[in-house]
Ligand binder design. Structure first.
Ligand code: CAA
Length: 383
């Protein structure tokens, strides 16, 4: 029972849970084995407002708060992690960046398409040589008489080749470091932009990931999102919200693995009783449930603070760190409880285990989250 949630939100949560169980969960296994971008189910998610959850209604979004967003994202993740990654990225980065930093014209052009799910959005920061050290990017954007020219390459782009709008970070001042990076809106099909082949990943196969290269890629003047040379700061503050999405996703994956393990442990017998009666299994289930609850509460708290206008750099990193490590812990424990069957494709827990693994890596590794939390602690102490 989620005491903190309003009745209205609990109602939405129940209906999204039902939708996810009926429409997404049944296709998740097949999409894992034969990966393809799940346009059909994404279309249904768009109709339900799940692809523009916090985007204001005047731009075609559902106009809900961040707490609602994390609650609903958990439901999608509990049915399939790949769908929730696509949802988290298109909502949490391109759309939230457009809402916060876009001009009126940029918002009118892109938000209704993204919020409805007609278009999917992607976020392009990492490059083949740098992920954690995000300010070390080498992609450049050079000013021309009537716009910009992009050159360079991006790596690990969620929805690469499938998304229609790419928010791309590029260097606009060679000597500026983090203050010499700007953010650009690039539409799929722009000349000079090419996608690599989909990466062959451990999990989340339907959340197609590719590299992108830009060679003499010409952009109009109004492709710049936010002020020139402020793109790194924009990305970092948007990642505060993005990381909340990954925290919610991690809670969802962990919950699915926990529920499967609890069911299995209640039915499977050894030494004359259900295995849940053995303390070795019971303690595991207790730890799994406790960590999931704590991860969810950290996520809700950070979302609640963000809804009230607070900067949540520390809280979002704590939620993402704890929830993603919970997801890897819980899915590993679930495989153990299932024993040999946990290692088999006949049950979904091996998929949860593989899908969860990346949550401690993308949108900032666990090591980066600890670094962010540590720095925030010192800053707060020195204030
Ligand atoms: N909010 C606002 N401003 C911020 C900020 C935040 N959360 N974090 C940093 N800044 C500002 C700083 O205040 C600083 O500004 P000033 O110059 O005015 O002081 C500026 O940004 C530079 O910050 P740092 O000095 O902290 O920069 P750094 O180079 O030391 O790096 C870092 C900081 C936290 C390690 C950063 O590089 C980082 O987060 N790395 C991880 C990158 C990441 O998460 N990538 C995810 C890729 S996206 C993805 O995975 C999506 C997907 O498809 C699934």
């Amino acid at each position: 029972m989620d005491l903190a949630l309003s009745e209205e939100l609990q109602l939405m949560q129940r209906s999204v849970r039902e939708f996810a169980r009926e429409q997404i969960y049944p296709v998740a296994g097949e999409l894992d084995r034969n990966p393809r971008f799940p346009w059909e189910t994404l279309g249904q998610m768009g109709e339900l407002g799940l692809l523009g959850v916090t985007t204001p209604e005047e731009y075609g979004g559902a106009g809900l708060d961040v707490l609602s967003y994390v609650v609903l994202l958990e439901e999608i993740a509990a049915a399939d992690a790949a769908h929730s990654t696509i949802m988290a990225v298109t909502n949490g980065l391109p759309q939230s960046m457009l809402v916060t930093y876009g001009t009126e014209e940029q918002k009118r052009r892109y938000l209704p398409r993204l919020a409805s799910g007609e278009w999917i959005g992607a976020f392009c920061l990492s490059e083949p040589h740098c992920g954690s050290d995000a300010a070390a990017i080498r992609t450049t954007a050079r000013r021309t008489a009537d716009g910009w020219v992009l050159d360079g390459s991006k790596a690990w782009i969620t929805s690469g080749g499938e998304a229609q709008l790419y928010v791309v970070m590029a260097k606009t001042d060679e000597k500026g470091g983090p203050r010499g990076i700007s953010c650009f809106l690039v539409e799929k099909g722009t000349a000079g932009m090419e996608f690599g082949k989909p990466e062959e990943k451990l999990g989340q196969h339907a959340a197609i990931t590719t590299g992108i290269s830009f060679e003499g890629c010409e952009l109009p003047d109004d492709a710049l999102l936010g002020p020139e040379n402020q793109g790194f700061i924009l990305s970092m503050s948007s990642l505060d919200g993005g990381r909340l999405g990954i925290a919610a996703q991690s809670v969802g994956i962990a919950r699915a693995a926990f529920e499967a393990a609890l069911d299995y442990a209640s039915e499977r017998e050894s030494f004359g009783e259900p295995i849940r009666e053995h303390q070795g299994v019971q303690f595991k289930l207790a730890d799994m449930a406790t960590r999931i609850e704590a991860a969810r509460l950290l996520t809700y708290k950070a979302a609640w603070l963000r809804d009230r206008g607070y900067r949540v750099t520390r809280e979002a990193s704590m939620a993402k760190l704890f929830a993603s490590e919970t997801a890897t812990f819980v899915t590993d424990a679930a495989v153990q409880i299932f024993g040999g069957y946990g290692y088999s494709r006949d049950y979904p827990v091996e998929r949860y285990f593989r899908d969860a693994r990346v949550t401690t890596i993308y949108e900032g590794t666990s090591e980066i989250q600890r670094m962010v939390i540590g720095r925030q602690l010192y800053r707060e102490r020195e204030r």
